[in-house]
Design a protein around this ligand. Structure first.
Ligand code: CMP
Length: 139
């Protein structure tokens, strides 16, 4: 099954040295990493990435935060990977995320929840195209 999703390890995940741990969990589950890069988002990219949150009270904070340091962006592939990644991540609010999930094990605050995963097929396609050119994705 060739379902694909977009996943990002946010600045706090990189700063805290959790990249290896997170990639291990993703790979051990059986998802294939078909694209991966480290980058620092510009304000323009961050505003595009979070366009759906433009009207939220925390939008400025969100953009400040996501541009505050390097992130790891990736494309993951596997059966049911869009919802499956979100299960590995756990609830958006880490205080509600179950132990055994990435956020449940490593985070305490919604604004510092370590990892992002696309929430639908439409978001996955939009976000993959925002970060990767087709030739950067391994077939
Ligand atoms: P993410 O999955 O990256 O998508 C939107 C992000 O907004 C979410 O993770 C949280 O990090 C962030 N977020 C959601 N609600 C709040 C909030 N009330 N305050 C700060 N950040 C929030």
């Amino acid at each position: 099954d060739k379902e694909r999703t977009f996943c990002m390890i946010k600045p706090e995940g990189v700063a805290r040295g959790l990249v290896g741990e997170i990639l291990t969990r993703i790979e051990h589950k059986g998802y294939r990493i078909v694209a991966l890069k480290m980058l620092r988002l510009t304000r323009e990219m961050a505003e595009k990435h979070y366009a759906e949150h433009r009207e939220k009270p925390f939008f400025r904070e969100l953009v400040e935060h996501i541009t505050s340091g390097p992130v790891i962006a990736m494309v993951l592939e596997g059966p049911g990977v869009i919802s499956g990644l979100r299960k590995l991540m756990g609830a958006t609010n880490p205080q509600e995320a179950a132990p055994g999930t990435i956020r449940g094990d490593y985070a305490l605050e919604t604004g510092q929840n370590i990892i992002h995963g696309a929430d639908s097929l439409a978001s996955a396609e939009r976000e993959i195209n925002l970060y990767f050119r087709p030739e950067e994705i391994m077939g």
